[in-house]
Design a binder for this molecule. Structure first.
Ligand code: FES
Ligand SMILES: [Fe+2]
Length: 485
């Protein structure tokens, strides 16, 4: 089995010398893999045409590793270094997060010009706001003067963004509109050159706002592919869409962001074991769920772009708030979404949109796994409900989600323990070199005639293998900022 996984040469040298630091500092330079020697000096890190003057970064600052040997998606093996290595993590920022569509916020968080919400794209802080024409825009939340955040609040409403360091101020269109003591700058200083760096593309899908730094991306809809059909099982119950209930829960987890994204794409397998006590509490008899629920049948959607969704297909597959369940008009939903969706992805399922957006349809929980270094993440979670849901039903949904998948929810805590457990020991030198198993359901992906795209069994690692295949592909592909223009 081990023969299928091959760390590249610098890794092997490092393993022989037994030094993790040496291992990460002897990586081969990007020149071997990039279209312009791996990195174009003039473009690196520049998201806009912002002036860089005579600045030029040395190529060695952004060397890229060939990760082919760290993911064996055909054989179902994974090298744990992808969860622990600092240099791979920095490469993820450049090649996974900079080019991908990333979830930013829900449209219901913005109603009038100046409403804003601050979040992250990878580790880059961004402000999402409505400009004067009610257009959704997003800016890098970093002052063009000395780099402080120009907006330090989590959310709110404003007329402009004023940096509290020296007072540069920007309007809702990102233009620099005020510079204290501007007469001290040279004549060549032009405020037009020093506006906020803007996220070039923002698109929404049924209320979910995504952005990408890629100047020429495929459309969001195209990148979602067949995954959109599965997402609609949560987002498209009613023509008025969804709204957010309450605020955003945020908590810190000791774990690599991929552990959570991957689990939501692929892992129903852990449910009966990890959540045994929670299932016991939720069962009407207190003795645990009935056999037919434990031994569920279901499917797992496997997307070529790394997305994934798992869902049982059984009439009793809803663990939800009784109030919500009784309010749902399943006849109307069947008409709108079709039988296959109501009895499949609308049930107690799980899903991930690559790279780091996940959701739980029955709970109305949408969340993003913000990377904070290779071994830490912040979880940000919203509860969304159908707009037509009356207040008392919304409240029931909010409480149900809080009880199960809130930061102290009975399921969420089980999951958090697992992720932190895996991460905590992965830095051990011997441990780190022992491959992980993703072989469940190998070869089982097929068109099942009921759900779009390819699906596997409910208990399967198929979407996990696809997730890491996509990760490997992007990690080995020079991103837009590395290309010659
Ligand atoms: S860092 Fe923003 S005004 Fe100086
Ligand atoms: Fe879980």
């Amino acid at each position: 089995m081990e023969r299928c996984l091959q760390r590249n040469a610098p890794w092997n040298i490092a393993v022989r010398t037994g030094s993790l630091n040496a291992m990460t500092s002897t990586n081969r330079p990007a020149a071997e893999s990039g279209t312009c020697g791996g990195v174009c000096e003039s473009q690196r890190g520049a998201a806009t045409t912002a002036p860089r003057g005579a600045l030029q970064r040395p190529a060695a600052m952004t060397r890229n590793l060939d990760v082919s040997g760290l993911v064996d998606s055909d054989g179902g093996l994974l090298d744990r270094a992808i969860f622990t290595d600092e240099e791979l993590y920095r490469q993820e920022m450049r090649r996974i997060f900079a080019p991908s569509w990333l979830f930013l916020a829900h449209t219901d968080q913005f109603h009038k010009p100046g409403d804003f919400f601050t979040t992250y794209m990878g580790e880059d802080p961004v402000i999402v706001t409505l400009d004067k024409n009610r257009k959704i825009r997003a800016y890098l939340n970093s002052c063009r003067h000395r780099g402080a955040r120009v907006c330090r609040a989590d959310f709110g409403a404003t007329r402009n963004f004023t940096c509290t360091y020296h007072g540069w101020a920007y309007d809702l269109e990102g233009k620099l509109i005020s510079v204290p003591k501007q007469d001290g700058y040279p004549e060549s200083f032009d405020v037009k050159d020093w506006g906020l760096v803007e996220v070039p593309h923002i698109e929404t899908y049924h209320g979910l706002i995504f952005g990408t730094w890629n100047p020429q991306p495929v459309t969001l809809r195209e990148s979602l592919g067949d995954m959109a059909w599965y997402m609609d099982a949560m987002l498209d119950h009613d023509p008025d869409g969804t709204v957010v209930v309450g605020g955003v829960h945020k908590w810190v987890l000791d774990g690599n962001w991929k552990l959570t994204a991957e689990q939501f794409a692929t892992d129903w397998y852990h449910v009966n074991m990890s959540h045994a006590s929670a299932l016991m509490v939720l069962s009407p008899t207190g003795k645990g769920p009935k056999d037919e629920i434990i031994h569920r049948t279901g499917r797992q959607y496997v997307d070529p772009n790394g997305h994934g969704a798992g869902f049982p297909v059984h009439p009793r597959n809803r663990f939800d708030s009784q109030t919500v369940h009784e309010w749902m008009d399943y006849t109307a939903l069947r008409e709108r979404l079709g039988q296959a969706r109501v009895e499949g992805p609308m049930t107690t399922g799980h899903a991930t949109v690559f790279p780091n957006f996940s959701y739980l349809p029955v709970n109305g929980s949408i969340r993003i796994w913000h990377p904070k270094g290779p071994d830490k993440m912040e979880v940000w979670a919203w509860t969304i409900v159908d707009k037509s849901m009356p207040d008392e039903v919304r409240e029931a949904q909010r409480l149900y989600n809080l009880r199960t998948f809130g930061p102290s929810g009975i399921f969420e805590q089980d999951d958090g323990e697992n992720w932190s457990e895996v991460q905590a020991i992965s830095r051990g030198f011997i441990t780190n070199g022992v491959a992980l198993n993703y072989q469940m359901g190998i070869g089982s992906e097929r068109e099942d005639g009921r759900h779009p795209g390819k699906t596997s069994e409910l208990y399967s690692d198929a979407a996990g293998r696809a997730f890491y295949a996509r990760w490997r592909e992007l990690m080995n592909t020079p991103a837009w900022h590395e290309e010659k223009r």
